[in-house]
Design a binder for this molecule. Structure first.
Ligand SMILES: [Fe+2]
Length: 301
């Protein structure tokens, strides 16, 4: 039911039926509990009360991150630094709020049960007439919920096909002339996201979000859905091989020698093919189904 809270019943069902490959916007449903579970006051409350763990807070100024020593004390964001940072035009990001705010934990767990996609939710506060993060793309689907104020999202078609995990990350592939190209060509879509509106942003779409045109602070949540992939299933298939004693045998130093290693690889490949051929698919499918709903470890996403 959690996707319904963000998208409404019709759009949630549509998303589950056909995963989107282009951005779109819609209204946050009137019945959504999001505003009660979390709102601008809740988010500011974490910061102002000194409850925000410093490891989960980033601060950006014109696309660059600030060193945490600027705003932390005793493993928490120092409350006195918050209004100063915002007055100076910094964007404050509260990462993975679901790990420290139980209502959002429940919503993320619900989304995972529904979609099989683990994820998290992050909040951003951006002062008026400023910009926090700039051009980049993400490796997963984002559902952006504007809580207060407005934000402009300049959107550009993906540069890379199917970015996933650390493959095809914008930070790794970045070319400085891309920004010039995007600025010359202009966005493929521009979304003015106002309070109560929702943007669904598929993985890979380049975005340049800013509040440069805004006259009041922008506060939004981004729910991240990390899609499963054939690679994830393949890893699970291979990981299950530990139950077969043949895969726990010792490969001797002699078989790791450079001249012998191609034969060793061939032997293990033959073992894998035999193992996969005789695998109990139904048993593994049950284990995978459990993992899609419950497994949240970032190490395996
Ligand atoms: Fe992003």
């Amino acid at each position: 039911m959690s996707l319904h809270m963000l998208l409404g019943a019709e759009a949630a069902t549509a998303l589950l039926t056909r995963w989107p490959d282009s951005p779109f916007t819609l209204d946050l449903p009137d019945t959504s509990p999001i505003g009660r579970a979390i709102n601008t006051q809740t988010i500011r409350g974490f910061l102002d009360a000194g409850c925000a763990p410093s490891g989960y807070v980033n601060v950006f100024y014109k696309g660059e991150g600030l060193h945490p020593a600027r705003f932390t004390a005793d493993d928490r964001v120092a409350p006195a630094s918050v209004p100063l940072l915002l007055d100076q035009g910094c964007t404050i990001q509260l990462r993975e709020l679901n790990r420290w705010h139980p209502p959002l934990s429940a919503i993320c767990a619900g989304i995972q049960a529904e979609t099989g996609c683990p994820g998290y939710v992050t909040a951003f506060i951006t002062p008026p007439a400023t910009q926090g993060l700039d051009y980049h793309w993400d490796q997963y689907l984002g559902i952006v919920v504007q809580l207060e104020g407005s934000k402009t999202w300049e959107l550009f078609r993906p540069k890379v096909d199917a970015p996933h995990r650390d493959h095809g990350m914008s930070t790794n592939l970045w070319q400085d002339d891309w920004v010039h190209q995007w600025q010359q060509a202009g966005p493929d879509m521009t979304v003015e996201l106002t309070a109560g509106r929702v943007l669904v942003l598929p993985r890979g779409w380049v975005h340049n979000p800013h509040a440069r045109n805004a006259t009041e602070a922008s506060v939004h949540l981004t729910f991240v859905l990390k899609e499963r992939s054939p690679l994830w299933v393949a890893e699970r298939l291979i990981a299950s091989a530990i139950n077969d004693p043949r895969f726990r045998a010792i490969i001797t130093p002699a078989d790791l020698a450079a001249e012998r290693l191609p034969e060793t690889v061939k032997d293990v490949r033959a073992l894998m093919l035999d193992y996969l051929d005789h695998l109990d698919v139904d048993e593994l499918a049950r284990a995978l189904r459990h993992a899609t709903e419950k497994e949240t470890s970032h190490a395996t996403l």
